[in-house]
Design a binder for this molecule. Sequence first.
Ligand code: GUN
Ligand code: FE
Length: 450
Amino acid sequence: MAAVFLGTIVHSKSFSEFESFERGFLAVSASGKIIGIGHDYQAWESSNPVLAKDLEVVRLSDYQFLMPGFVDCHIHAPQFAQVGLGLDMPLLDWLNTYTFPLEAKFSDQQFAQQVYKSVVEATLRCGTTLASYFATNHLESTLILAREAVRQGQRALVGKVCSNCNSPDFYVETAEEAVSGTLAFVEEMKKLGSPLVLPTITPRFALSCSKELLKDLGDIARRFDLHIQSHISENLAEIEVVKGIFKTSYAGAYDDAGLLTNKTVMAHGVHLEDEEVALLKARCSSVAHCPASNTMLSSGLCDVQRLVNAGVTVGLGTDVSGGNSVSIQDALLRALDVSKHLDFFKKQNIRGMGEAKTQDPNYVQLKYKQAFYLATLGGAKALSLDHLTGNFALGKDFDALLVDVSVLESPVRRLHVNELVEKFIYTGSDRNIVEVFVAGNRVKKGCQTT
Ligand code: GUN
Ligand code: FE
């Protein structure tokens, strides 16, 4: 597409800087790059006549706005098959009872094809233009997921999951299989040659990988300069076992294997110790905050402000199916809820909890514009893809959502630019996302139409 959008445009420039253009413009080249953004289209048009000449003009209504696409920093694609089910147990029981048996079924490629087609459709429908996916231990099915993201035009990081210990007999591989499967996956992805879909090194979590396997995966990541994703400090029982095995902190276990890099995103980090937070910051590794899953699996309340204040990059993750929703808009709202709940615990005298205990009278709640950042640019940074996406900086790819807040009910009055965003965040759903663009292509509902 070569087009210029005229109307309300919003994006984040940083955690604390939200920028909006009320009667603004955003110009996109035929190759899907952002070539102009600002308040005054006429001025831009007259100084860029050659660029402006072929642009289709798209006028947004008073109830529409354009925003960067959502980034899901952590989602388990196979678990879409059980989304909303089996949320009555803490992590380790949940894995053994529901999740490992489900993931084992992905040896069946037909089943994988069905589920993976649906999960990419569902995430795109909810406005996820970039997702970091865990698949399963199976090479062939993981390739099916990668091909499905390419076919539907979603930007994605896709990982073949590796687990060689502390796993059930029916869903485990040897270290050699994990390494050769990972190398074969990386090779196949190179052949696929998609600029949008890349492989990511994916040890499931420290608990399910031997020291040697973690080290081999760290070596592969370094050799091919690959992205890395895993889980960290999600659940107290899990943390105790990891510390017992590795004789170091959870973050230390990954660091010893060379798995904490500037291309690493670790999901959860609910119970990280101060030294671990400092280590993540020193390695430029990021955290995917997964508020829905942290609540559903009773893992705990993650203090995002603490991580951000310590200089750690944070994005949001749905963590389907530990999380019950594929929507990052929902994750954004849940992040705001968790921050408010933390505020209550830190400051209020809550009835039934005995003595009032003020832990941190200076705690500052997350604001909706900051949560918007986490859902977009923060996520792109957390996945080390912010040179390509995450906001509307010139030269980046046009990964965007056209949102219409009047789709379900017309607001009673004309809304100011920030109110449009607020309305969408607090009352919206996928129904309000009327167009989804990735690298300039229209991809809503998984149908590439341009
Ligand atoms: N830790 C290891 N595997 C998983 C998983 O599938 N989901 C979550 N939430 N945590 C994990
Ligand atoms: Fe997870």
